[in-house]
Design a binder for this molecule. Structure first.
Ligand code: NAD
Length: 277
C-alpha cells in the first residue's frame, strides 16, 4: 500500500506552463505527493527554476524543460526529454494558456490565432504526444508481463479548461472558443483512448487568483463585482485547482473518464437567479 502522502511516488508528470499560477501550484503539489515533475515553461526560465527549487525543498524531484506548446517540434522535444530522463510518463497536466482580449468587432486575426494556437492546438499537440507515449508503454508492459506503476490506469491526462467552456464571454470570444473546443477535444479523445485504459478529464476553474486576472482582483471595485458572480464569496486559489487535479490524476478517481470538473465556487450556478431571478 502506497503512503497516501506519496501517492505519486515513482510516477512522472509533465505540467505545461508551470512557471506560474495554476500550473505552478499543480507542479509543486504533485511534487510533494512524490511525483517526478517536469516543469515546462515557454519564456520565464528563472521562474521555472524557482518552481523546481520549491519542489526540491518539499522533498520532491524534477527537471525544467523549455517548450512552446503551440509548436509541434518543441512539444515532441519536451516529451523526448522527459522519457530520456525518467524512462516513462504517467500523467500530463495540459495547463498552458493565455488571453488576448478584444471586443469581437476589434479582434484581429492575430489575437484570435494566438489564443487558438496556444490554448487549443497546444492541448491537441500535448495530449496526442502523451497518448502516443501511454499506448507505447502499455504495449511494452503487456509484452514484459509487468504492471504499470499506476495500479489501475495506463495514463492520465488532465486538460485545463475554464468555466468559459460553458459560460459565454463577450470581449473574449477567442478564449471562450478555445475553452469550448477543449471540452469536445477532451470528450472525444477520452472516448477514443478509454480502451487503452487511458483516462482523460478536464478541470474548469472559475476565477482563480493568478496574474492572468490580476487586473480584476487587485482593484477593490472590480473585486466586489467579481464576488457577485461567485456564490461561495471568495476568489479561488491555485491550490484549490491543484488539489482537484491531483485527485483526477490519482487512482482514487479511476472510474472517472471524459468528465469536466468545475472548480468555481458555484460560478456556473447562474448566481443572478439566486434571488428569484
Ligand atoms: P498564468 O498566466 O499564471 O499561467 C499560464 C502559463 O502558461 C504561464 O506560465 C505561461 O508562461 C504559460 N504559457 C503561455 N503560453 C505558453 C506556450 N505557448 N507554451 C508554454 N507555456 C505557455 O495564468 P493561470 O491563471 O495560472 O492560467 C493557467 C491555465 O488556467 C490557463 O489555461 C488558463 O486559461 C486557465 N484558467 C485560469 C483561470 C483563472 O482565473 N486564473 C480560470 C480558468 C482557467
Amino acid at each position: 500500500m502506497i503512503d497516501s502522502n506519496q501517492k505519486f511516488k515513482g510516477q512522472t508528470v509533465i505540467v505545461t506552463g508551470s512557471s506560474s499560477g495554476i500550473g505552478k501550484a499543480c507542479a509543486v503539489y504533485l511534487g510533494q505527493l512524490g511525483a517526478n515533475v517536469v516543469v515546462n515553461y515557454s519564456a520565464n526560465e528563472e521562474a521555472a527554476n524557482e518552481v523546481l527549487e520549491e519542489i526540491k525543498k518539499g522533498g520532491g524531484n524534477g527537471i525544467v524543460v523549455k517548450a512552446d506548446v503551440s509548436r509541434e517540434e518543441e512539444v515532441k522535444a519536451l516529451f523526448n526529454r522527459t522519457i530520456s530522463e525518467y524512462g516513462k510518463l504517467d500523467i500530463l497536466v495540459s495547463n498552458a494558456g493565455l488571453q488576448k482580449d478584444a471586443s469581437f468587432l476589434e479582434m484581429t486575426l492575430q489575437q484570435w490565432q494566438k489564443v487558438i494556437d496556444v490554448n487549443l492546438t497546444g492541448q491537441f499537440l500535448c495530449t496526442r504526444e502523451a497518448a502516443r507515449q501511454f499506448v507505447a508503454q502499455e504495449k511494452e508492459a503487456s509484452k514484459e508481463g509487468q504492471p504499470d506503476h499506476s495500479e489501475l490506469s495506463s495514463g492520465k491526462i488532465i486538460l485545463m479548461s475554464s468555466v468559459h467552456d460553458i459560460i459565454p464571454w463577450a470581449g473574449h470570444v477567442n478564449y471562450a472558443a478555445s475553452k469550448g473546443g477543449i471540452m469536445m477535444l477532451m470528450k472525444s479523445i477520452s472516448q477514443e483512448l478509454a480502451p487503452h485504459k487511458i483516462r482523460v478529464n478536464s478541470v474548469s476553474p472559475g476565477a482563480i487568483k493568478t496574474t492572468i486576472n490580476k487586473e480584476v482582483w487587485s482593484d477593490p471595485e472590480k473585486y466586489k463585482d467579481l464576488l457577485k458572480l461567485i456564490p461561495y464569496k471568495r476568489i479561488g486559489t491555485p491550490q484549490d485547482v491543484a488539489k482537484a487535479v491531483a485527485w483526477l490524476a490519482s487512482d482514487d478517481s479511476d472510474y472517472v473518464n471524459g468528465e469536466t470538473l468545475y472548480i468555481d465556487g458555484g460560478m456556473t450556478l447562474y448566481p443572478e437567479f439566486a434571488d428569484n431571478g
